[in-house]
Ligand binder design. Structure first.
Ligand SMILES: [Zn+2]
Length: 325
């Protein structure tokens, strides 16, 4: 049984998306698959119709959706190997980074979405008040302890999502409508779990520059995907010990180029940041430069919104019905 599970996990790690029940044949390398298996795998979770509206609210040209994944200590805790030094590095997000970020956003009256593992918020419950203060920001589910979904059986992933929803709702006073998989680690079971729990949008996948509907096994789900991209994530590029480290001011230039093309094409600009990363003094500069660049566009052409507001606007404009359980 243990061996069979390991074989299944190995298969899941080497393939991006697999059906919930994994036929033995799919743990073979792809060059041994039939075309039938190929299509089952690619259709398990796939981008459906585009939900790009003709324009954004008030005739604006682009939707700017800033998100902050408030991981803090859960990054250190999730593998069960506590490390005091790393925990302190992650505590910086709760202690310093979040306040610096929220102060900047609120000074510019910019709404954002905060995806928070419920353990992160339970460690520092005061973060809820900091985020809630302006009344503009949204809370979203980001796992219980930033668990890696693809390593979990369905029952464990399902239980953790349920626990995260209940705890986040209790600590923030609002039931979240959106989900972001920790580390964007989306398992073959994640979409079914999101549907069963009544989520209205998801933000971990990457098939477009605009919102789109998620399909499951070729069927519409009514769940809006707000797509992300590693290009637009601060974590790998801002890590001074990482292999892909870049100067924050150079990264700000990449973000501006991404925004300018989104502005020209009328799509969305979705940026994923972390308080323990972008909350540092030399890194908040990138966000400040980006905001200044965006605010240099003519008045009334840019819509700053939460992910939830953008998902619902795209849903309404596209005539997309509510999610189908
Ligand atoms: Zn995260």
């Amino acid at each position: 049984m243990r061996v069979a599970y390991l074989v299944l996990v190995a298969g899941l790690i080497t393939c991006t998306v697999l059906p919930q029940v994994t036929p033995q044949s799919t743990v073979k390398p792809g060059w041994q698959w039939s075309m039938d298996t190929v299509m089952k795998v690619v259709n398990a979770v796939r981008g459906g119709r585009s939900l790009k509206p003709a324009s954004w609210p008030g005739g604006t040209r682009v939707a700017v959706l800033l998100s902050f994944d408030v991981d803090n200590e859960t990054i250190s805790l999730r593998y069960g190997e506590p490390n005091v030094g790393h925990l302190s590095q992650m505590q910086y997000g709760a202690r310093v980074g979040l306040n610096r970020i929220v102060t900047l956003l609120d000074a510019h009256r910019i709404p954002a979405t905060f995806f928070i593992p419920s353990v992160s918020l339970a460690i520092t419950p005061a973060m809820a008040g900091v985020i809630r203060k302006s009344g503009r920001h949204e809370f979203g589910v980001h796992g219980w302890i930033h668990e890696m979904n693809m390593t979990l059986p369905d029952s464990a992933e399902r239980a953790l999502v349920a626990k995260a929803i209940a705890e986040l709702t209790q600590m923030t006073g609002v039931r979240p409508t959106g989900y972001r998989a920790p580390s964007w680690n989306f398992s073959p079971n994640t979409l079914s779990i999101l549907r069963d729990n009544g989520f209205r949008y998801e933000s971990s996948l990457m098939a477009d520059d605009s919102p789109y509907e998620l399909l499951q096994n070729g069927q519409p789900t009514g769940i809006v995907e707000i797509p992300v991209e590693w290009i637009l994530d601060d974590a790998p590029l801002f890590d001074p010990r990482g292999t892909s480290y870049m100067n924050p001011r150079d990264i700000a230039r990449v973000w501006m180029d991404e925004f300018d093309r989104a502005y020209a094409e009328g799509t969305t600009f979705v940026l994923t940041m972390h308080p323990h990363v972008s909350g540092h003094r030399s890194r908040i500069v990138a966000l400040e430069q980006l905001i200044a660049h965006i605010e240099s566009k003519p008045r009334g052409t840019v819509w700053f919104a939460t992910h939830g507001a953008a998902a619902e606007y795209a849903r309404k404009q596209s005539g997309l019905a509510d999610p189908v359980p």
